[in-house]
Design a protein. Structure first.
Length: 327
């Protein structure tokens, strides 16, 4: 047994506090894989866990962190040996069982993947759940026939954030030349142009005006991370035969819409779930992230030491791009 530090969230009536606690690595017996964590990251959900009303965590106290990358220490599965570099995103990690915000974590072997060649432990968590989610959405978008035309008009919402910035930079790298990115802060325009946007609009422009059943056909494909009223205003603007990947609800979870874009324009609204994405398909996506999807221009990476993570989580400020947690 080894003593290690874990970040633990505890709930009072109105707040969630984050403190470091000393734990002992579990006796593995025949149950799971013990990993020494090298990197984790901060995802939207990890910040939500700091809100006692979010419902993200089923119970407190809990060590959060929905993903991590590190080295196997001990394993119940012969497929994983001590020293293997592995990654984990989603499943119940940091939700119902202790997650990646600890120096050691134990998870079932079926939640783990060996790192693909050409991705370091740090790069794996620069992507993290956000990059993996973007990869799922893009893999579905790229199956649409209209993407054969690289000048087809595509929209990426929440493009300064984790999921949106990966979707944007990867699409630009793949040669798409008509990419509209949204932000509520037009001071981010240069950053979004740097990632590959060809047009940057204020998110509020999408929701200006009354919500119509159908409006001007503007975008063939959409990667939406915002949901709510933003998605409601996007659907009537999707071209006939168009495709929308709905990844998130940063702007709201309620969707007010009509069937008209679906029955008169044949558009598709595809849900994206990274948490329980089938294991059999994950390896292929990580392979893409290690090769053709690996960005030449990465979204901003804000590096935070594990020892500073509690303070970082307690701050409400939003950072553009990604937060990488180094152990
Ligand atoms: N489906 C899945 O498996 C999955 C996986 C990961 C994430 N998600 C979801 O995807 C969404 C985005 O995640 P993320 O990691 O990209 O988060 P993020 O890094 O916080 O980025 C979200 C972006 O959305 C914009 N935004 C935030 N609140 C907004 C609001 N109220 N109205 C309009 N724009 C707003 C912000 O950009 P500006 O400040 O520039 O406007 C921000 O950069 C979240 O809802 C998250 O839960 C889903």
């Amino acid at each position: 047994m080894v003593a290690y530090q874990a970040l633990v969230l505890e709930q009072t009536d109105t707040t969630v506090s984050a403190t470091y606690q000393t734990k002992l690595t579990p006796d593995l017996a025949k149950d799971g894989v013990l990993v020494k964590v090298a990197y984790s990251d901060i995802n939207y959900k990890d910040r939500l866990a700091m809100n006692p009303k979010s419902g993200v965590l089923r119970h407190y106290p809990m060590t959060p962190g929905v993903d991590f990358a590190g080295e196997v220490v001990e394993s119940d599965n012969p497929f994983f040996e001590a020293g293997d570099q592995v990654l984990c995103t989603g499943y119940e990690t940091g939700i119902t069982i202790a997650g990646g915000y600890a120096e050691y974590v134990k998870v079932p072997s079926e939640w783990l993947f060996k790192l693909p060649e050409n991705l370091s432990l740090a790069e794996t968590m620069q992507f993290g759940t956000a990059g993996f989610t973007a990869a799922i959405a893009l893999s579905k978008l790229l199956r649409q026939a209209f993407t054969a035309d690289h000048d087809t008009p595509l929209l990426i919402t929440g493009a300064t954030g984790g999921v949106g910035s990966f979707a944007l930079t990867i699409l630009a790298q793949l040669g798409f030349t008509n990419l509209t990115a949204t932000t509520r802060d037009l001071q981010q325009t240069d950053y979004l142009l740097h990632l590959g946007a060809t047009h940057v609009i204020n998110t509020a422009d999408l929701t200006a005006g009354p919500l119509k059943a159908l409006s001007h056909q503007t975008f063939t494909g959409v990667i939406d991370t915002l949901g709510g009223p933003v998605l409601a205003h996007i659907l009537p603007q999707v071209c006939a035969g168009g495709f929308v990947a709905t990844c998130g609800n940063a702007a709201g979870a309620t969707l007010e819409t009509t069937v008209m874009p679906f029955i008169l324009r044949g558009i598709t609204l595809a849900g994206i779930d990274s948490v329980y994405y089938p294991r059999k398909d994950r390896k292929e996506l990580w392979q893409l992230l290690a090769t053709t999807f690996k960005p030449e221009i990465w979204p901003t990476v804000n590096l935070v030491a594990f020892s500073d993570l509690a303070r970082e989580l307690s701050q409400k400020t939003h950072k553009t791009g990604r937060v990488l947690v180094a152990f």
